[in-house]
Design a protein around this ligand. Structure first.
Ligand code: ZN
Length: 187
């Protein structure tokens, strides 16, 4: 099987009401893609699909490295966007909590003013992934500094920062399915 491709411009989102349990990660993808993924899983080929394309994990091992990594991307693409008060790996974050929405916006009262602080938290699941997947998650979260909703402008921004964004989001979701089934293979 070749590369699983997903092009939102050509393939409209379809709601699939009956999903295999593992496909909670793919709830908004078209049914034909779900069928393809299902047959890959049945044939035991999902791990190979992933490891052939993404053989190595990244080495961004701690919060300090993560901060450098995130700020490099932010400074390149979103210099004028609001600052990030905190950048960290978070072991309490569930990866599928609101799909890929791993961002948190903390509102704190400082004096008389209500201030919103932007925090960028990445689930620790992404400590042991290829750099491409971490890149995708970080781009997704940074795009939320400008667009809170998952709308067209949001995905345009993601693609500007990372042209392969849609492919990488799909492949990241496949990785999460594989990890849930058999554990991570980038240890
Ligand atoms: Zn999001």
């Amino acid at each position: 099987m070749g590369l699983l491709r997903y092009n939102p411009a050509r393939t409209p989102f379809t709601n699939v009401s009956v999903l295999m349990p593992t496909h909670k990660y793919l709830a908004h993808y078209p049914p034909n893609l779900l069928t393809q993924v299902e047959s890959m899983i049945e044939a035991g080929r999902l791990k190979t699909y992933l490891t052939e394309r993404y053989p190595r994990p990244h080495t961004i091992a701690n919060d300090s490295d993560l901060r450098d990594y995130v700020m490099a991307i932010k400074n390149q693409h979103l210099k004028t966007s609001p600052p990030l008060s905190k950048i960290m790996y978070d072991s309490k974050l569930h990866v599928v909590h609101s799909a890929l929405g791993l961002h948190s916006y903390a509102t704190r009262i400082q004096g008389q003013k209500l201030k919103t602080k932007n925090e960028l938290r990445v689930s620790t699941v992404f400590k042991k992934t290829p750099e491409a997947f971490l890149n995708m998650i970080v781009v997704h979260e940074l795009a939320h500094l400008r667009e809170k909703e998952h709308n067209k402008a949001f995905y345009r921004l993601c693609q500007n920062m990372l042209p392969a964004y849609h492919q990488l989001e799909l492949d990241t979701r496949l990785f999460l399915i594989q990890t849930e089934r058999e554990g991570s293979f980038y240890e």
